[in-house]
Every structure is written in structure tokens, then in C-alpha cells.
Design a protein around this ligand. Structure first.
Ligand code: NAP
Ligand code: MG
Length: 464
């Protein structure tokens, strides 16, 4: 695609206030593929003013009309499926199959779900002698990461629009082209001017200005815990609503009696997908000591299928590649055993990392505690169910997880005791309507489905 050299503000592409640009790099071949403008606080201010001006009319638009516009948006995205997939491949490095199925297919599903929800959601409730009105929160600042460039945008913008909010989006600097495509789709769908606005730019400049803007009512952020903590503090000081989707270190708990081969295979696939750049990835595999050696062998064999440059793409940039290789070195230094992969780069060009499996990982090790955000799995041994639970719950995170057992009931009983926001039972399927979000330091708030919509609403009670 041809990159826009301006910002999408108030229904049109406008020149940026400053002259700085950001180079967009293809992480598979390290070539610069485009430049986009680096937004300044002035651009952010113009976008927030446009969103504020558009708010009263959009908030008063009947939900059925908002639903029709979201359907049109879904259709505009569907028309651009090939271009979206190609763009995600170019700026994130996702292999074409993944770019189509996950990076394009999933956001389409979520956009469709909010077209439906806008039409069917009950924005009014009766409690005793009160009528409770669910009203839009107002102007939303959406700050998104690069790992799922379109999904993360849709998961915020679609529910915000369904709720009657207006939005300013600051996408990740690594993946602004997908965000520009999204803005084109919004425009062609006929969404009124100012309801959605896009400011590309750097986090500490444009992102910071947006999160701190006094005329923003809610900040919805997905990304690192460090930045999330800062945004939460800024929002707290301003008594502003905030939603944070942060990191994870999710456990894949394989109980004795489970289908071991399946649990290991699905567990490895879960981490390797998107080169391990998934906040909800099951990066800790917990196996009973009697099955441990067998699980390690199965995992090492499964990971061999992920050939860098073919089935598994690069990491998004050189910094992430270095970071992940550093974690692999740290794992070795702390005494974990590499059974597949390792810290050396598998290809000369591109930000690739070798798919890596660690055995003999103990719960206190850095690689068992910190989010690596790369294709690295740590296999931990447990003695009994209590031990497994202590390990599963023994990190600061709590975003996702999996439990495998001979019977669903046993897996459910274990899942009930896990401090985490989502658990897949015996390989349960992804549900785009299920609330997604974290316990503990994995975040505040929920995305997707009706729970995700509720984040963008505030209540007003009328007494009769
Ligand atoms: P990040 O810096 O937190 O980026 C997320 C978003 O926040 C980006 O749009 C970023 O802009 C913006 N941002 C950065 N600093 C900001 C600030 N001071 N104020 C407002 N916005 C700001 O994450 P990252 O550097 O891309 O990745 C680092 C680590 O974060 C990863 O290794 C991983 O552990 C974690 N991560 C988690 C998720 C998730 O889904 N939970 C996603 C991505 C990364 P820029 O693009 O310009 O930085
Ligand atoms: Mg960053």
C-alpha cells in the first residue's frame, strides 16, 4: 500500500503539524518500506478536538444506525482483506497464512460481533423504581501495540463506536500502515467526520500527549507493563477512566491422565504462533514429574516443524530480537536446559529467533517469571496438583492459561483456582465474545463481547 503522509483527523487526511517521520521496516528483510508522519502534541490536540466536536451527535445516534455503520466498516475491511494481510506481513513479518487467518480473519469477526452487539445490546435497564441509562463515556484515547496490528485496534475502536464514544487512535510505531488502512475503511464506511481519528507517532511523544490530554475521558491501552503503569498513574491523577491490557506469563497445565501428545502439540503451537508475540501465550508448560521426560521429548520434536522464515516469522524489530535472545542467554546462565533452539540467530537477514524449548526450568528463574515475547517455551515439573497450582499462580501476571485433564470436570475444578482471566479447557476454541483481560498485573478491564462494550459506558439512574 502507499502510505499516507498526513493524519486522519475530522474526516480527512491532513498534513501533520511537524516534519518528523517514522521509517516502517519489514522485519523479514530489514528494508524500509514506507515513512509515516511522527505526530506531535499539536496533532494530538487537533484530533482530540475533532473527537470532542463529533461526540454529541454520535452519542445521540440511535444504536441501530451505529450498528449499520459498523456493518459497513466490517464490509469495507472485508473488501481490503488481501491488502490488510499483505500489509501485516510487510510491517510485522507474519507469514502470509497467519496474516490472512488470524491478523485479518479475527478482526473481521470482532468487527462483526460489535455490529451485532450495537443493534442488540440493552442500553437501558430497569432496577426497582429506577431506569438506568447506559451512556457513552465520551472521548476515548486508544493506544495500541504492534503484535496484532488490526485486532488490537478493532478490539478498542469497535466497542467504543458501538457505545457512542468518539476515538483518537495512536497505533504502534512499528505497524502504522495497517492503522492507516483501517482509517481508510472507516472513511469509506461513511462513519461521520471526527468520530474516528488517527495520529501516528512515537509513544513517548504522541502517545504520552494523548494519554495526558485533559479532554480525553477514557484511555484504553494495550502494551507493556512499564508503560501501562505510567498511563494508569497519569489517568488516576486526572480521575479519568483507564483500561489496561498488559503482559502475561500464562500456564499450560497438563494434569496426569490428559492426552499428553495433544496437550504438548497444542501448547507448542500456541506459543509459536505469531513468533511468540502474544500477550496470552501459554509460555509455561507444567507437567507432572512422571510424564516430564516424555513431554520434553514431544515438545522438542513439535518445535522442529517451526522453520524460521517459513512457518515462523521474524520478531517485529531488532530491539525485540535482542531482548528475546538475551532472555535465552539468561535461561542458560540460570541453569535451564536447552532442548531445542538457542540464542544464536537462525538466519543472517531479518529479526529471526530460533524457536526454543527449555527443560529443567524452576519457578524462580527469570524465564519462568518474566514475559519474553518470543518463541520460547519453559517446561516446569510439578509434584502434585497443589504444587502445580502454586506454580501456575506464582507470577505477577494472570492473563490466560490452559488446563488439560482426562475429564473436563477435573480441568474446570483446577481452572476455578487459577488467578487468571481466561482458561481453555482441554483445548477449548477461541471465543470472540468472551471477556478477555487480566487478573493481577496483567491489567485492568476487559475487551471483546458485551463485557468489552460495557467498558465504554457509564450509567445514569433516573428515579420515578
Ligand atoms: P509499549 O512501548 O508498551 O507499546 C505499546 C504502545 O504504547 C505503542 O503504541 C507505544 O508507542 C505506546 N507508548 C510507548 N510509550 C508510551 C508512553 N510513554 N505514553 C503513551 N504511550 C506510549 O510496548 P513495546 O515497546 O512495543 O513492547 C515491549 C514489551 O511490551 C514486549 O516485549 C512485551 O513484553 C510487551 N508487549 C505486550 C503487548 C500486549 O499485548 N500485552 C503488546 C506489545 C508488547 P511506540 O510504538 O512508539 O513504542
Ligand atoms: Mg515501545
Amino acid at each position: 500500500m502507499k502510505a499516507h503522509d498526513g493524519m486522519y483527523i475530522g474526516g480527512q487526511w491532513r498534513p501533520a503539524a511537524g516534519t518528523d517521520t517514522i521509517a516502517v521496516v519489514n522485519p523479514a528483510d530489514e528494508q524500509v518500506i514506507a515513512h509515516v508522519p511522527a505526530g506531535t502534541p499539536e496533532d494530538v490536540d487537533a484530533a482530540v478536538r475533532a473527537a470532542r466536536a463529533a461526540l454529541p451527535a454520535w452519542a445521540a445516534t440511535p444504536p441501530a444506525e451505529r450498528a449499520a455503520l459498523l456493518t459497513a466498516l466490517r464490509d469495507e475491511l472485508a473488501r481490503r482483506q488481501d491488502l490488510i494481510a499483505q500489509t501485516v506481513t510487510a510491517e510485522l513479518g507474519a507469514p502470509p497464512g497467519l496474516a490472512r487467518a488470524v491478523h485479518t480473519g479475527m478482526p473481521l469477526m470482532v468487527a462483526g460481533s460489535y455490529a451485532d452487539l450495537a443493534a442488540t445490546y440493552s442500553f437501558e435497564e430497569r432496577i426497582g423504581n429506577s431506569t438506568v441509562l447506559m451512556e457513552p463515556v465520551g472521548v476515548v484515547a486508544a493506544i495500541t501495540p504492534w503484535n496484532y496490528p488490526l485486532h488490537q485496534v478493532i478490539a478498542k475502536v469497535a466497542p467504543a463506536l458501538a457505545a457512542g464514544c468518539t476515538v483518537v487512535l495512536k497505533p504502534a510505531e512499528d505497524t502504522p500502515l495497517t492503522a492507516q488502512l483501517f482509517a481508510e475503511a472507516v472513511h469509506d464506511a461513511g462513519v461521520p467526520a471526527g468520530v474516528f481519528n488517527l495520529v501516528t507517532g512515537l509513544g513517548p511523544v504522541a502517545g504520552q500527549a494523548l494519554a495526558a490530554h485533559e479532554d480525553v475521558d477514557l484511555v484504553s491501552f494495550t502494551g507493556s507493563t512499564a508503560v501501562g503503569r505510567q498511563i494508569g498513574a497519569t489517568a488516576g491523577a486526572a480521575i479519568k477512566r483507564v483500561a489496561l491490557e498488559l503482559g502475561g506469563k500464562s500456564a499450560n497445565v497438563i494434569l496426569p491422565g490428559a492426552d499428553l501428545a495433544k496437550a504438548v502439540a497444542v501448547g507448542i503451537a500456541n506459543v509459536m504462533s505469531n513468533s511468540g508475540q502474544t500477550c496470552s501465550a501459554w509460555t509455561r508448560m507444567l507437567v507432572h514429574r512422571d510424564q516430564y521426560d516424555e513431554a520434553v521429548a514431544l515438545a522438542a520434536a513439535a518445535v522442529a516443524a517451526y522453520v524460521p522464515g517459513d512457518r515462523i516469522g521474524p520478531l517485529v524489530n531488532a530491539g525485540q530480537q535482542q531482548r528475546v535472545r538475551g532472555y535465552i542467554e539468561k535461561g542458560i546462565a540460570e541453569g535451564a536446559r536447552v532442548v531445542a533452539g538457542g540464542p544464536d540467530a537462525p538466519l543472517e537477514t531479518g529479526y529471526y529467533v530460533r524457536p526454543t524449548v527449555f527443560a529443567d526450568v524452576t519457578p524462580g528463574m527469570t524465564i519462568a517469571q518474566e514475559e519474553i515475547f518470543g518463541p520460547v517455551v519453559s517446561i516446569l515439573k510439578y509434584e502434585d496438583e497443589e504444587d502445580a497450582l502454586a506454580i501456575a499462580n506464582g507470577t505477577v501476571y494472570g492473563l490466560a492459561g490452559a488446563v488439560w485433564a482426562a475429564q473436563d470436570e477435573a480441568a474446570v475444578a483446577f481452572a476455578r483456582r487459577m488467578d487468571t482471566g481466561q482458561v481453555d479447557i482441554n483445548g477449548g476454541r477461541f471465543n470472540p465474545l468472551a471477556p478477555f483481560g487480566g487478573y493481577k498485573q496483567s491489567g485492568v478491564g476487559r475487551e471483546l463481547g458485551p463485557h468489552g462494550l460495557a467498558e465504554y459506558l457509564q450509567t445514569k439512574s433516573l428515579q420515578f
